[in-house]
Design a protein around this ligand. Sequence first.
Ligand code: BT5
Length: 263
Amino acid sequence: MDINKLNRALSGGMFANRIVFLPETDSTNDRAAALAVQGAEEGTVVFAESQRGGKGRLGRKWHSPPGVNLYFSMVLRPAIAPARAAGLTIVAGVAAAEALPLFCPSPIELKWPNDILAGGKKVCGILTEMRHSGGDIGHVVIGIGVNVNIRSVQLDEEIRSRATSLREESGRKISREDLAAAILIRFEEWYRVFLAEGFEPVRKEWIRKSGMTGRRVRVVMRNGVREGTVTGMDENGVLLLAAEGSGPIEIISGDVEPVSGEE
Ligand code: BT5
C-alpha cells in the first residue's frame, strides 16, 4: 500500500499522518490497542498487509491473506459512557456502507451488528473492542476488514460460498488507498455527528440503509436460537425483535440470518 497517497487523501482530517503501517502482524486490533495503552492519540490507525491472527467476534477468525485486502484498526478516545460504545460499531457500519457503493455496483447491505454484504455475501466485517475502567473509556479500537481485490478462488474454502470481494462484484481492480480513504473520511463525518448529536441520527441512517426492519430473521445467540421479526434498533445499538412465542426481546449480541423464503 502507498501510505503517502493515503495520507494525502486524508489531509486535514483526524487520521492524516497518524497511520502506522505494518507489512505483517498478528491483529491490527491488538496492535492498535497496544499503542493506545502506550498513549497513542485518537486518530491513530494501524494498517497491515496481512494478519496472522486476524479476528472476528467470539474468538472467530478473520481470513487475512497478504497484498489484496484492507485490514485496519482505529484508536478512538470518545468522552462517552462505556454503554454507548456499541454505537460506534454502527457508526463504522454506516460509514463503510456509504463508501463501498462508490467502488461496487452490487447492492450493499448492512447486517446487524457488524457485517456488510455485497450481492448478499460478506465483503466487510467490523470488530469493536474497548478498554474502560469504571465509567471512563480509556480507548476504543474499531477494526475493519474488507475483501478488496481477492479473487473467489483465493478465498478460504471455509468462507468461499458466503464471502465475496469488491473486485469480484465490480469486475475491476480497486485502489486500496482510495477505498481506505473513502471509509475513513466517512467514518470521521459520522463519528463527529455521533459525538455532537448522539446516536439517534446514526440509528436512523442505519435503519434506512439496512432494510432489516420488518424482516423475519433467525438469531443465533450463545444461549440459544430465536426467530422473529426485526422491529428496529434501540438507542444503544441493541437489535429489537418481535420474537415468536414471547413478544419483544432485545438482542445484545448474536448472529442474524434472514429466514429464507419469508423475507
Ligand atoms: C467480523 O466478525 O466480521 C469482524 C471482522 C473484523 C476484521 C478486522 S480486520 C482488521 C481488524 N483486525 C482484526 O484482527 N480484526 C479486525 P464476525 O461477525 O465474528 O465474523 C467472523 C466470520 O466471518 C468467520 O467466522 C467467517 O465465517 C467469516 N469470515 C472470516 N474471514 C472472512 C473474510 N475475509 N471475508 C468474509 N468472511 C469472513
